[in-house]
Structures are given as structure tokens and as C-alpha cells.
Design a protein around this ligand. Sequence first.
Ligand SMILES: Nc1ncnc2c1ncn2[C@@H]1O[C@H](COP(=O)(O)OP(=O)(O)OP(=O)(O)O)[C@@H](O)[C@H]1O
Length: 281
Amino acid sequence: MASILEVSGLRKSYGNFELNDISFTIQEDCITGFIGANGAGKSTTIYSLLNLVRREAGTITFRGKDISADERLFKDKIGVVFDSSSFYDELTIQEMTSLIAPSYSEWNQRAYQEYLDMFSLQKEHIIGMLSKGMKMKYALALALSHNAELLIMDEPTSGLDPFMRKQFIRILKTYMEAGSRAVFYSTHNTTDLDQSADMLIMIHAGTILFEENKDALLEKFRIVKGDVKLLPDIQPFMLNFDKSNYGFTGITDKAEKIKAAYPEVLIERAAIEDIMLAYIK
Ligand SMILES: Nc1ncnc2c1ncn2[C@@H]1O[C@H](COP(=O)(O)OP(=O)(O)OP(=O)(O)O)[C@@H](O)[C@H]1O
């Protein structure tokens, strides 16, 4: 698989927080989910790679070319959506779009109008009067209407209702159908990633903990449930666990071994959230 974006040796610090030599790759034809706890460094990574905050070190290459050589070209080829998008509150959607659209070489007014209709947004709407979810939809309409090759989004589904979140996933899949494209987005909604992501990158305290194929990751871990009597024997095979008077629940990457030695335990598939907790507990 070809890489579309490569981030290498990214550093940025704020007081006690530091992005610690972050490197990862966004693959073409993949939706990559960017996960991590509050304050892990997701937004700082996204803002630094987009040069919206000044990075202290690091190289970003887009389709093999350093983006610093031609940042305008890079920005022309990507669509961005942020949790707190910076639009002018006093303008209408039409006025705001007329400022933004001319900066894109492949602006598609028809596609844009279709997204506005799909999201029930009207061009007369004043930006400052839009709800958080409506602003997000507007940002999404802009990002999807200039033939971007890569979508980079920071918590695009925060503020979206469950219907729109489903629609968001459908839109991403349709977007990917054109081929040679990619999506990179941060989210706390791991169930959305279950349905949409091909790759997952997890960051914790400014460090990348893993960058893996989602299905391979989900295959690697299992939830183990059993009687507390077994805990002393099974504990060494688990990454973490909780126990109550009734039993224990833990997560393991050695399910086969546990099942072979203790057939009475219950082994279940782990969710992305379980895996995240296993890495940071
Ligand atoms: N402009 C800033 N000035 C000072 N510190 C900042 C700034 N932006 C982020 N930070 C700090 O950097 C750290 C990482 O924040 P960041 O917003 O990147 O995390 P995040 O993973 O996106 O979190 P969340 O999931 O809560 O949005 C935090 O400790 C935060 O307080």
C-alpha cells in the first residue's frame, strides 16, 4: 500500500506536555482513526502537522514531497475539519463560502450544494447562529467539495447526533470509493471506528503507542472472564483486570494459552476501547 502522508520526528511542547518524536504513516485507500485519552496530544499532532501551530521539529511529506516546499499545494489537496472550526460568526454560509471556495483549484459548487441540501443547511444561515453539529456539517461540506485527496479531521463527530454519525460514516465510505484517497481522523467514538477504520493509531502522553491494522489488532486481544479462584494463575497472562466478588474480567493477548490451560474461562472479543485501556492502564 502506498503512503499518502508521512509524519516523521514531530516535536512540539507546551509546558509539561511534549509531542515526543512522533512518526506515523497514513496509507492511501485507508481510513485511519487517531485515538487517545483526553490531553494525549491528538489535536496538537493534527495542528502541528498542518502548521497551524509551529512545530519544533519534524518533517511532513505528502505523496513523497516535503509539504514545506509547497504548502499551498498541500492545503489545496486536503480537506480539514476541526472540532472548533474558525469561521466568521457574523457571516452567512454563502458569504463565508465565497471567501473560502476561490482558494481551491478544484472547487465543485454542485457537490457543495448537494452536501448543503443533504445536511439541511441553507446559504442564508448565519454561522454564529448554527449549532455545534451544524457547524461541523458545514465544515464537512467544505472539506468534501474540492476533490481533496486526504481528509484530516479533529473529532469531526463530536456534536453530531447518532443519525448524522451514521451518515458521516456512509459519507466517508463513499468518499473513499473514488480511490487513491485517505482519511485521518481523531475521535473518542470508538464504535464509529469499529464501523469505519482500517488502521488505528494510538497516542498517549505525546507518544505513539501503536499504529496497526484494526482487524489485526482486534484479533490480537481477547476479554477473559472467570472465577476469582483462577486469578492467581491467570493474572500473569493478562495485561490488566478488574475483579468483584463474583469473578474477574481482564484483557489478554494470550487467549489461546489461557483457553488451553483453563477451558472453564469465558473468552470474548475485545472492543477498541478495551484495547486502549489495556495499553494505558
Ligand atoms: N495552546 C496550548 N497552550 C498550552 N497547552 C496546550 C495548548 N494546546 C494544547 N495544550 C496542552 O497539550 C496537551 C495535549 O492537548 P491536545 O489538545 O493535543 O490533546 P487531545 O488528545 O486532543 O485531547 P482531547 O481528547 O481532550 O481533545 C494538553 O496537556 C493540553 O493542555
